[in-house]
Design a protein around this ligand. Sequence first.
Ligand code: C5P
Length: 205
Amino acid sequence: MTHFSPFIIGVAGGTGSGKTTVTRRVIETVGAERVAVLEQDNYYRDQSDLRPEQRRQTNYDHPAAFDWDLLTAHLDALRSGVPIEMPLYDFTQDTRSSETRTLVPAPVIVLEGIFALYDPRVRDLMQLKIFVDADPDVRFIRRLERDTVERGRSVQSVVQQYLEFVRPMHLQFVEPTKRYADVIIPHGGHNEPALDMLSARIGAL
Ligand code: C5P
């Protein structure tokens, strides 16, 4: 087996901050066939044993909502050249779907998610740690639009979840990880100069 050590990039930031846009730029820059993207959302714990109403009560903005063991095992596998079956998460059902996606090892690995910079062991594996920043009102508006359109939520449920879980957990757990970032990208995905600098850094990988 060829041994290579991939360049690992963490893309963290609050909900609606523009993490997906930044990740998309990484993919465009290095080429889709040269990057494996681990979306942390796919590593939410499986809740198929709970009733749908119970699943809705979970605090999804707490680190404990994630299956860290599986995530670290998958990162380790990709680092040592072994393909993985990434779970796929179904936001409309609040649990894992029955499908998985095969990810093969690649020269660049991206871990994208609100807690990408949270776990010290995961952080230590990264060569580039990015925190995507955006004002909370902008993030909330994006979240409201996305969750009602793509995730089958009502306006009232988005507002309630935001006030009860998303906002306090962001302040307690997500925002403090900014201090671990090598680069903070303000204005989320609408920051062409910052995205160009990112491309310049990773273009030759
Ligand atoms: O894509 P984004 O970073 O916004 O995804 C993280 C968000 O997904 C969290 O803020 C969490 O509240 C939300 N989430 C949800 N329902 C789930 C799982 C996560 O609303 N079943």
